[in-house]
Design a protein. Structure first.
Length: 264
């Protein structure tokens, strides 16, 4: 039975193969080029062309070695899937952001996968990290010089983070030198936006106690508009992004007194 199924899958071509790829994405959430190549009996280059066409149609987002469903207006992808989207860009942005941390500072990190990359690149400095991300706290445990303050609250299983009124209450009275955070969308007109009210309210609470606001956002977030507005672009101090954001847009942001850092 399995052999017959594989032969049928291998015989699929063109549009039929693309439909089957989308069906697999609906079931699995993520697909790999190497697995699809074996499944359909075609070269990896053929699969990459299929994925490129589907991405151009807005059906999926290509990742390093595969793809995930594109849910622009739907629920946010779970953290394990989001890690695969724009992985190289997030890694470069996170590595640069880690270099901005100085000994003795109190740093806040949101629950984004870009801040998770930042945590992975942080040296073992004597700093205090405030976060509501369980994934980030777990990443930092091995760095014994870093003091970790994990904000409690209601568990969001998709992002492996804590949110809600208890979380917001916990940060009152604290002080943060630099708040590093990401978003689902940003542009000069709409500002910075997110899909969930609970995450926005907690980020606003942390921003209110922070001296410097540093947005870590890869180019896939540019000109995307999500449900809930967080803050205006003019309210941040620094934007760290990659070189796929149009040059004119970067100049407009700099004209708004935003320090823009472009990483390769």
């Amino acid at each position: 039975m399995e052999s017959n199924t594989n032969k049928k899958a291998e015989s699929l071509a063109g549009n039929d193969r693309k439909k089957e790829i989308l069906n697999l994405l609906e079931d699995l959430g993520v697909v790999r080029v190497s697995d699809l190549s074996k499944r359909f009996g075609v070269t990896e280059e053929t699969i990459r062309r299929d994925l490129e066409r589907l991405e151009n149609e807005g059906s999926l987002l290509r990742t390093h070695g595969g793809a995930v469903l594109n849910r622009k207006e739907g629920p946010e992808l779970p953290i394990l899937q989001r890690e695969l989207v724009q992985a190289d860009e997030k890694r470069s942005i996170g590595e640069y952001a880690a270099s901005l941390v100085k000994v003795g500072e109190v740093i806040a990190l949101d629950a984004s996968t870009t801040c998770l990359q930042m945590a992975k690149h942080l040296p073992n400095l004597e700093v205090t990290i405030i976060t509501y991300s369980i994934a980030i706290a777990y990443e930092l445990v091995k760095k014994t010089n870093i003091q970790i303050f994990l904000i409690g609250g209601y568990l969001d299983r998709h992002s492996l983070s804590n949110t809600g009124a208890p979380s917001e209450k916990m940060v009152e009275g604290y002080h943060v030198d630099k708040f590093f955070f990401s978003c689902q969308g940003f542009d000069l007109q709409r500002g910075i936006s997110e899909p969930y009210e609970a995450h926005v309210q907690l980020k606003k609470s942390i921003a209110s106690i922070s001296d410097h606001l540093i947005l870590l956002a890869d180019s896939s977030k540019f000109q995307r508009k999500s449900l809930v507005r967080l803050i205006g672009m003019e309210e941040i101090d620094t934007l760290v992004t990659d070189n796929n954001v149009p040059t004119d847009a970067l100049k407009d942001m700099e004209a708004s007194d935003i320090n823009v850092v472009v990483v390769n």
